[in-house]
Design a protein around this ligand. Structure first.
Ligand SMILES: Cc1cc2nc3c(=O)[nH]c(=O)nc-3n(C[C@H](O)[C@H](O)[C@H](O)COP(=O)(O)OP(=O)(O)OC[C@H]3O[C@@H](n4cnc5c(N)ncnc54)[C@H](O)[C@@H]3O)c2cc1C
Length: 521
């Protein structure tokens, strides 16, 4: 069995009345569409990244991350330890840690609070803005063989059941997977009233799961029932003195769009190289100032999109299928039955459902939100036009405009798929990407002195390099001329670019590095 889902398992998302059940209207497919880079989006996603899109459940990812962290000589992990107090001055941050009944003080030059928003943010007096506790959600983690009913290409199945008021819950596989793409374990998620006395009952959750799926006597083992709230909040500050907030401590977003943890990983990728430089040389102490202006707008945009997708998804589908909480279940089923009726009323219902399913691009075709977010200001070139970065959730447009990610382009031998431009990025140094026809940039880079100069690596890629994926050349994608250059930060963000050869490249590079070291706040 494999831990990540095979690539075919995220091609589709689908809406059903149930998986099975007692009437001809149960177990019916209401609609489906491609999603998450699958099917019709496969080419677009393949052109944007050297990595394939894979689903790996968080309970499977976290042990892998832990293994890596424990193997690192730089990290020490302490489980069962609770931060109970936080304090800082101009040179260091300190926490009091409670472990096995003892309290110990730990200090460092910087502190990253990645505690899901429980202690560090409130301890620093940082509030959050945005709606909280919108809906009480229940997740049921269970094992069952659903292979008789589920198309393995579908990642999320949504249920619309008039007996349960319309949108009734969602089901997704969490692996491990067999070779045919069937998952052993699942998560079933549904909303429950905040005052409902059954909200903490495992038996009630099991009843709701079986009632929605309609799989009769099929054996089901429930592992856990957990609660969480829909919220879309962003911290009012991502930094206080020497302390930074990252991950859910900085933003907690609805999982519609699957970007909560991904955005948290983006936070630390943005922050860690800056802290490393600031620790290495006092000249870069101002560099971490760019963390908040770069990451906060991204978090705000993810929170807004995820919340809109949460509201949009259920309501658009319910409206198309004629479902409303005010009507009787009988009326709701009658409206759903129209999906299979001949004649104009049936055509209208099918048409409404197809249009509703197609309209949900913000959630299911969010290529721009997945990998196109960009920074408008921070440790990047100050462009004459201070236009805000376009964070279009649907469209990803590869560009080397400063603030954007270095575009992926295959640069292996004879167009092989072995090496990408993104493989040139190093976590501990800047990358100066030039053309093979512009050797002067390497000379300019090596003529620099000062700490950042040692952290520049020059790589040359010919404009004529062609990609096996699409009819394009690197010369076209990189947007700069043959004598130009692109300076990329350790987190893969374009910091600066020169469209053509400047008169004094060494002076230009020196100026760029100085500006990056003291960024916009
Ligand atoms: C149903 C659901 C589905 C989701 N699906 C996705 C998805 O598909 N993709 C995605 O990217 N994200 C998804 N998310 C979001 C994702 O789970 C979170 O964004 C992510 O877990 C946040 O990680 P974190 O490390 O910042 O915070 P947390 O996961 O909350 O971890 C914080 C840790 O800090 C510890 N801690 C707290 N206080 C203290 C203290 N005082 N001292 C010491 N330790 C402390 C906690 O015990 C915890 O271990 C989903 C969330 C939910 C609820």
């Amino acid at each position: 069995m494999s831990l990540p889902a095979p690539p075919l398992c995220h091609e589709l998302t689908a809406w059903h009345t149930s998986l099975a059940g007692p009437t001809p209207l149960h177990g019916r497919l209401l609609g489906s569409r491609n999603a998450w880079g699958g099917g019709q989006y496969a080419g677009e996603y393949a052109a944007a990244s050297p990595c394939t899109y894979r689903q790996l459940a968080q309970i499977r990812l976290e042990p892998l991350l832990r293994e890596q962290a424990e193997a690192s000589p730089l990290a020490r992990m302490h489980f069962g330890a609770e931060v109970v107090e936080i304090d800082q001055d101009d040179t260091s941050a300190r926490v009091l840690v409670k472990r096995a009944g003892a309290v110990q003080a730990v200090s460092g030059r910087y502190l990253i609070g990645a505690d899901g928003g429980r202690t560090i943010g409130p301890g620093l007096g940082i509030g959050v803005t945005g709606p909280t506790n919108l809906v009480d959600m229940v997740s049921v983690h269970f094992t069952a063989d659903l292979s008789a009913w589920r198309d393995p290409r579908v990642m999320i199945t949504w249920f619309v059941n008039p007996d349960l008021g319309g949108s009734a819950g969602l089901l997704y596989p969490i692996g491990p997977w067999d070779d045919l793409g069937h998952s052993r374990e699942w998560n079933f998620v549904f909303a429950i009233g905040a005052d409902d006395p059954r909200r903490l009952s495992e038996e009630a959750a099991r009843g709701r799961l079986l009632g929605t799926l309609g799989i009769g006597a099929q054996p089901v083992t429930v592992h856990s029932v957990s609660h969480w709230y829909i919220q879309a909040v962003v911290a009012d500050a991502f930094r206080s003195g020497r302390c930074f907030l990252a991950g859910d401590a900085a933003h907690r977003v609805p999982p519609w769009g699957a970007l909560g943890m991904n955005t948290g990983i983006g936070d630390v990728r943005n922050l860690c190289w800056k802290l490393a430089l600031a620790l290495a040389d006092p000249a870069f102490e101002g560099l971490p100032d760019s963390y908040e202006p770069e990451r906060r707008p991204v978090a705000e945009s993810v929170a807004a999109n995820s919340l809109a997708s949460f509201y949009e998804g259920g309501s658009v589908i319910d409206a198309a299928l004629g479902q409303s909480a005010a009507q009787s279940a009988r009326e709701g089923w009658r409206n759903i039955a129209m999906m299979w009726k001949d004649g104009p009323d049936g055509d209208a219902r099918r048409d409404a459902m197809a249009k509703a399913v197609d309209s949900l691009d913000r959630e299911f075709h969010a290529h721009g939100a997945d990998c196109g977010f960009a920074y408008a200001r921070g440790a990047i070139q100050r462009l004459p036009r201070s236009a805000p970065a376009e964070n279009d959730p649907v469209t990803y447009r590869a560009t080397t405009t400063p603030g954007h990610h270095l575009p992926h382009f295959w640069i292996g031998e004879e167009g092989s798929r072995e090496r990408s431009t993104t493989d040139l990025i190093r976590p501990d140094r800047f990358l100066l990407l030039t053309d093979t026809a512009a050797p002067q940039w390497a000379r300019w880079a090596s003529s620099l002195d000062g700490p950042l100069a040692a952290a520049i690596e020059v790589e040359k890629v010919s404009a004529a390099q062609t990609s096996p994926d699409h009819e394009s050349t690197w010369g076209r994608l990189r947007e700069v001329g043959d004598t130009g250059a692109i300076l990329i930060r350790p987190d893969g963000i374009v910091a600066w670019r020169w469209m053509n050869q400047p008169r004094d490249g060494a002076a230009e590079l020196r100026h760029a590095l100085e500006q990056i070291a003291s960024p916009d706040r």
